[in-house]
Design a protein around this ligand. Structure first.
Ligand SMILES: Nc1ncnc2c1ncn2[C@@H]1O[C@H](COP(=O)(O)OP(=O)(O)OP(=O)(O)O)[C@@H](O)[C@H]1O
Ligand SMILES: [Mg+2]
Length: 511
């Protein structure tokens, strides 16, 4: 049952239409002019308005305009005694659903009303679907992940929040972060959650092209503009029209290309190589780099004006070593992925997982993925043991570090290295004290509060509970479910109470 509002200055017409539509079970209200109709609409919305055009005291066209202003989803069908093309045209421009000329065929009018109602129900269905979709995304978020991106750490929660927010705006985003942290994955997620999702997402690695090639790739070229240009070709900015272009490794652009890109970002127009005119483009730009662009600006290697243009919204992705609590889930995710590809079923042993969680991952998620891919490919049994992992992971221990104090010839990532040292010593202290935080903090000459800060930083708070479990049960792997060699850790494993409950009597925590 729908709600109809009938507006006509002739009483007989109002009565006739009421009779016609009441038989279909619709709820009917009537008004004798536009002004009264608007008053009714303000009181209660309507699905469809059937209105005369010529009426004293606010005619149909003015009513149409005001009604759709007040209630944009109301559908209006106009009736007029005059076959006035001009009025019909104006009504359509103002968003009228349809038009009938008086005298009209009853069935024709009924059919038009039915179609208007059908349109409304489709729109409502779409809206309901959208709400359901939003709820789905929110539900996923509540469980901790977003789309294909794995990781529930606080650092990743902030990333997800940022993705959802920037997806709704048009501003240029600059994604920074070490190699393998998921910059491309995040760029795609922004596109997929944006209103541009149905349009193309086009990706280009700016570091992989020479300057002239990059220009013709990005902006296109005209036939004959250089040797080999045998036909006009669209550039990627145009190919991504109404969608998103992802400029990866933007830090590798030559200074001449930087100038050209700056112009495009400022004017939203591209000039294909060899063309005289420019083409307007509506393409959202997301850029990424693993270089420190602001340092490059200071050194004069990246234009400051372009830097500000591309980094309207800066997003920094955390390195994996700063969100160690995500390692287990990522490892399981990749094991699942590579097992599915080969149709096998392999798990990872607790000691092997412990090694993965202790390692510093200079190559971040990509390195973890490759490690797992290789382990799954080589594994002949159904359990990945430490021996299956690469040497740099299995051999990682503090005694080796002293011999590593020499700076390697190829240089190294000092921050990552120091972080790893810190993590290694914390782990060692926990191991020696069976996961007792008070004793471990004593050993490291720091407060329990500082130690906890480090546990969070390296995502190893859960390990202390595990170590305690192991000491208590004497078991190597604390199995929670049979057949699950590496138990998924639950939120309660990470909270302080859960952690302290086993040893509350033996250790009074300081903070
Ligand atoms: N949080 C994550 N969840 C699942 N997979 C991830 C995640 N982060 C990265 N990956 C995977 O790791 C690999 C590397 O990610 P990506 O290519 O997005 O990194 P990047 O930051 O663009 O690296 P680079 O700077 O080297 O280009 C991809 O296969 C990607 O699918
Ligand atoms: Mg990348």
């Amino acid at each position: 049952m729908a709600s109809l509002l009938i507006v006509d200055d002739e009483l007989s017409m109002r009565q006739f239409l009421t009779h016609l539509f009441q038989r279909d079970g619709h709820s009917i209200r009537v008004a004798e002019n536009g002004r009264k109709a608007m008053a009714m609409l303000r009181e209660q919305s309507a699905d469809v308005i059937i209105s005369d055009v010529k009426m004293p005291d606010m005619g149909g066209i003015d009513l149409l305009r005001a009604a759709r202003d007040l209630q944009p989803d109301v559908e209006v069908i106009m009736m007029t005694a005059f076959a006035n093309e001009q009025t019909a045209h104006e009504a359509f421009l103002l968003g009228a659903f349809d038009f009938v000329h008086k005298p009209f065929d009853n069935n024709l009018l009924k059919e038009k009303v039915a179609r208007a109602l059908q349109k409304i129900s489709i729109v409502h269905e779409k809206q309901a679907l959208q709400v359901e979709n939003d709820a789905l995304i929110k539900g996923q978020r509540a469980r901790g992940n977003l789309g294909n991106i794995v990781g529930r750490s606080d650092r990743m929660q902030s990333v997800y929040q940022m993705i959802e927010t920037v997806a709704q705006v048009q501003s240029t985003v600059l994604i920074t972060g070490e190699s393998g942290t998921g910059k491309e994955l995040v760029a795609r997620a922004i596109h997929d959650l944006s209103p541009r999702a149905q349009k193309p997402f086009v990706e280009i690695n700016c570091g992989a092209f020479t300057e002239t090639l990059l220009e013709s790739e990005l902006f296109g070229y005209m036939k004959g503009s250089f040797t080999g240009a045998t036909a006009n070709r669209k550039g990627l900015f145009e190919a991504a029209e109404q969608g998103t272009i992802f400029l990866d490794e933007i830090g590798e652009m030559s200074s001449a290309m930087q100038v050209k890109l700056l112009r495009v970002l400022q004017e939203r127009k591209v000039r294909p190589v060899g063309a005289h005119g420019e083409i307007e483009v509506n393409t959202r730009v997301i850029a990424a780099t693993n270089r420190d662009l602001s340092a490059m600006v200071k050194d004069g290697n990246f234009r400051e004006d372009l830097f500000y243009r591309v980094s309207v919204i800066p997003m920094e992705l955390p390195p994996l070593r700063e969100r160690g609590s995500d390692i287990a889930e990522l490892a399981e995710h990749f094991i699942g992925k590579y097992c599915a590809q080969t149709g096998r079923s392999i798990a990872i042993s607790a000691p092997a997982m412990r090694l993965l969680e202790s390692y510093s991952w200079p190559g971040n998620v990509r390195e973890l993925e490759h490690t797992i891919e290789r382990a799954v490919a080589l594994e002949r049994t159904d359990l990945i043991q430490p021996e299956r992992l690469p040497d740099q992971i299995t051999n990682y221990n503090p005694t080796r570090i002293s011999s590593e104090l020499q700076l390697p010839d190829e240089g190294m990532n000092l921050t990552a290295h120091l972080d790893q040292l810190e993590k290694t010593y914390v782990l060692e202290a926990l191991k020696r004290t069976d996961g007792n935080q008070t004793n471990a903090a004593d050993l490291l000459k720091m407060s329990v509060r500082s130690l906890r800060h480090l546990l969070d930083k390296h995502g190893i708070r859960g390990l202390t509970a595990q170590m305690r479990d192991e000491r208590r049960t004497g078991d190597v792997v604390p199995r929670r479910r049979t057949g699950d060699p590496y138990p998924r850790r639950r939120a309660e494993d990470f909270d302080d109470q859960g952690e302290d409950s086993g040893q509350a009597a033996s250790a009074g925590e300081r903070s």
